[in-house]
Design a protein around this ligand. Structure first.
Ligand SMILES: [Mg+2]
Length: 219
């Protein structure tokens, strides 16, 4: 059995109707502008975030330097951002309205890879920006957690994420789940790894909403 990286309490607590459609949604670069917010946050702490490649810590520099910061420094800033940086996080345009509409047709769950130190800030951010749906923290590839949740409904299940490895993981562990890729940051769109033949790609919420409605039904 693959290890499930989400806390069992989060998964157990997540409400899933046994026959209704279910929509499982990522946060960063799907409903929140993570890279943009992280860039503002690290700048305030004396670092530069350069969107040179589709990576996190390898894009973090001390001003004027050509080598990125070490992983320990990057990880510390990352954890600090999750704990203290919610005010720098902007919602993706149209996400709240689209999910509000989709939530009349499907259960909505938020499945985010975030350190536990960010749980309170993340829950607060979601509520503040109109995403008041159950929150599940995860810490690595999402396929096992999605498979666990999807097994609890006979209805269609859709999953949205920006990261190809998570989409591939869901394809492996829960192949019946409909997979959608969304990359909110315009700078990341051309460099984000994708496989459009395997995972439907929409980078704006109105189009994504229509594509999801097509698979979860218009009941
Ligand atoms: Mg993400």
């Amino acid at each position: 059995m693959p290890e499930i990286a989400a806390p069992q309490t989060d998964l157990d607590a997540a409400p899933v109707h046994p026959s209704a459609p279910l929509l499982i949604v990522d946060v960063d670069e799907v409903i929140a502008h993570f890279m943009r917010g992280f860039g503002v946050f690290v700048a305030r702490h004396g670092y530069e975030f350069r969107v040179d490649r589709f990576a996190l810590f390898q894009n973090l520099y001390r001003p004027g330097e050509t080598e990125p910061v070490d992983m320990v420094t990057g990880r510390a800033l990352f954890d600090d951002f999750f704990r203290d940086g919610a005010d720098d996080l902007e919602p993706a345009v149209g996400a709240a309205d689209a999910l509000a509409s989709l939530s009349t047709k499907a259960g909505v769950l938020i499945l985010t890879n975030a350190p536990d130190c960010g749980r309170v800030a993340r829950a607060g951010w979601l509520k503040t920006h109109g995403f008041d749906y159950p929150l599940i923290l995860n810490s690595s590839l999402k396929g096992p957690a999605v498979a666990t949740l999807a097994a609890r409904t006979s209805g269609p299940v859709a999953f949205i994420d920006d990261l190809l490895p998570n989409l591939e993981s869901v394809a492996e562990h829960a192949p019946a789940v409909h997979r959608f890729q969304m990359v909110a940051d315009e700078r990341l769109r051309p460099i984000a790894p994708a496989d459009r033949d395997r995972h439907i790609r929409h980078d704006d919420w109105p189009s994504l909403k229509l594509a999801i409605e097509a698979v979860i039904g218009r009941a």
